[in-house]
Design a protein around this ligand. Structure first.
Ligand code: ZN
Ligand code: ZN
Length: 384
């Protein structure tokens, strides 16, 4: 049993089991049957009736958390009675992080501290990938958690940022993302620089988009790794026409970025990562672990390639994100992030020192070589 910050008590029995929905869910029921078979083998039949086990199974799969390591990779599953009371929103105001197996709920709001009871009651975390458009998020939430999301973002429908996730052309003049209508495919104007987008650019975008949906997403040719392999081939073309906020583009970018990281192709990975960063910064909450960790990866690669000023700019913003989502006292922030920042900082100081010496050096030379200074005076005198 756990006591929530509002004083209420929560037991395992209070969790919803969603048994009815699970029975109708062919995928999950298949997983349950396999799991039940393993239990029977392990305990030689000395287990509760199947219906009771299904009830427990349902409560666990719809209420547990993926325990993430510091790099945000899943390392296990845990059931936390207090944190499981938090509802979902596609526009969350709170997040969850882990310190070992401890689950920590943190607010993302920049406001003054609220009483814990109020903060916990109003806290909403995200159960799904926020880069997905509304329809995709609602589908995942329905399939995995059995509810129809009616959060603020979902109710707004495909407008504003949500529309950009569906279809987003890159303005050929200013690179801003222009949300476009899949059904109408009409001529458009950039709201940022007011360019009437040339018809060949619009046509190029739709042609490439149709081709990518066929080749990569529907995989009509049966390619073994369409996203990674074909995505890499298409990346340069996509970069010209697509804005990273569009799902079809950032899915490819994320897949190719992972391959580039694994292959140690730092230069290419920096280019892909910077494109991804544009989407992350527009689409994720103002402070977000995904954005913080992407910035950190960029900073590490830029440090390796001697791009110290870019690395410094990125590590500073990574620190801001992770101080909010992990907290300043989190071991990852205290060691990994701060160590990296200090390493980059010392390189930047070195650059500044060299610059100062370079700008000082002509004066030093002038002092050391009076002839040069005399010459200047002479020229000045002549012209006067
Ligand atoms: Zn929603
Ligand atoms: Zn523009």
């Amino acid at each position: 049993m756990a006591v929530l910050p509002d004083g209420s008590r929560r037991r395992f029995d209070d969790l919803i089991s969603h048994t009815k929905e699970i029975i109708q869910d062919s995928c999950r029921i298949r997983a349950f049957v396999a799991f039940f078979g393993v239990l029977q083998d392990c305990f030689r039949g000395e287990i509760p009736p199947k219906a009771d086990v299904l009830d427990i199974y349902g409560r666990i799969v719809t209420n547990s958390f993926n325990i993430m390591n510091e790099e945000f990779q899943s390392i296990g599953v845990g059931l936390y009675l207090q944190a499981s009371a938090l509802d979902h929103s596609c526009r969350p105001n709170a997040t969850v992080c882990f310190e070992g197996r401890h689950c920590i709920v943190r607010t993302l709001e920049d406001t003054e501290l609220k009483p814990l009871r109020e903060a916990f009651t109003n806290a909403r975390i995200s159960y799904c990938n926020l880069l997905n458009p509304t329809a995709g998020r609602r589908k995942i939430l329905r399939e995995q958690y059995y509810f129809h999301c009616e959060c603020e973002a979902c109710l707004e429908g495909d407008t504003g940022l949500e529309a950009k996730k569906v279809a987003c052309m890159r303005c050929p003049a200013c690179s801003t993302g222009i949300a476009v209508d899949e059904a109408k495919r009409e001529a458009i104007k950039c709201l940022h620089c007011h360019l009437e987008v040339p018809s060949d650019h619009t046509a190029g975008y739709w042609r490439l988009r149709d081709e990518i949906i066929e080749k990569i997403y529907k995989n009509v040719d049966g390619h073994p790794e369409p996203m990674e392999e074909l995505g890499r081939d298409y990346l340069n073309d996509m970069c010209q026409f697509f804005h990273p906020c569009e799902k079809y583009y950032f899915d490819v970018l994320e897949a190719v970025f992972e391959v580039q990281l694994n292959n140690g192709q730092w230069g290419e990975a920096i280019d892909s990562g910077r494109e991804l960063l544009v989407a992350y910064q527009e689409l994720y909450p103002r402070y977000d672990t995904n954005t913080g960790l992407l910035l950190l990866k960029l900073a590490k690669m830029e440090l390796l390639l001697g791009k110290f000023l870019e690395a410094y700019a990125h590590v500073k913003v990574a620190f801001e994100h992770l101080c909010v989502t992990y907290g300043e006292g989190h071991p990852f922030v205290k060691s990994t992030v701060l160590d990296l920042r200090a390493e980059i900082e010392s390189e930047v100081k070195e650059i500044h020192k060299e610059e100062r010496q370079r700008t000082k050096s002509p004066q030093i030379q002038n002092q050391q070589q009076p002839g040069a200074a005399d010459e200047k005076i002479l020229v000045h005198n002549q012209s006067g």
